[in-house]
Design a binder for this molecule. Sequence first.
Ligand SMILES: [Zn+2]
Length: 329
Amino acid sequence: MVLKKIIVLFCMVVIFIMPSFTNAEEIDQAQLNKERMALYKKGETLTFIPWYYFAAIDTYERNVRSVRNDIPKRENGVLSIYIKPEDWSGLSNPVKKDTYAPTIHLFSGIGLDGNNDGKASLEDDEDILYTFIHRLNFYGPSRQYIRMMLWDYYQRAITVDIIDEYASLYQYYGKLNIEGNAFPLPIRSTHSYRSTWGAPRSFGGRRVHEGTDIFANYGTPVRSTCYGVIETKGWNRIGGWRIGIRDLSNNYHYYAHLGGFNKDLQRGQVVEPGTLIGYVGSTGYGPPGTSGKFPPHLHYGIYKDNGYSEWSFDPYPKLRLWERQDRSK
Ligand SMILES: [Zn+2]
């Protein structure tokens, strides 16, 4: 009896404390975004390159950093832009974490003192931003020139595209917290799916299944699951008519075998959770227009990027979560 009372009491305490935890987290995130925005705006003031490009670069670097083991996680500070310590101090500098600008300069290090506090510190956000800016080749503040600048710095086409897409999202919404998801099909549609990620497939050579098949009737609307930008749209031999959408959390969402597209959507366009992108079909497994080689379904996959390559992970748990969330709306 006493034990029961204790359990009830414990549950009540948990129920009362939990919301305040999430509140504190939200406040922390809001504060973080405020500090980040101030730095992005500072970047804009120094370079005339719009703040949303600095937001996009920093988000890209944060995403890459979170999935890479060869780049240390940042302990303090709010920016994620990574500069190697040996580049900062100079390769032959005996002081590995040198903050004294004259010796850094002497050993051909790139670290600079951005806030005039007498130190050029790799731990200081303003110094990082200032040093990063000094490594860029500026051609001008137009989009095409910014893409050239990004190409010079990253030397990778997909990275330039991703940063450009992130910039579109930040520009469109004018803020940093852009979050939310939706299930890809209308919640009241008839559909079924199970976890088949990694199952063998034979068409187009031996490969494994990189996604979840959601079976539904021809013509069922297919919707974006996230805030993102249309990165690909068109035919591919295995996926048929397909669309790829990039979100800010390092996910590339892949929708395949569509019967048709939302005609209003073009590459580069911003979408949000629930935006109609096309309709369930059975296209693929052949030249453009091939259809009906398998029952109608949406193939949905998610890929992540580490700055070198992309890999697929199982979207099934997220689909179940989004379905539950949509049902409770
Ligand atoms: Zn599939």
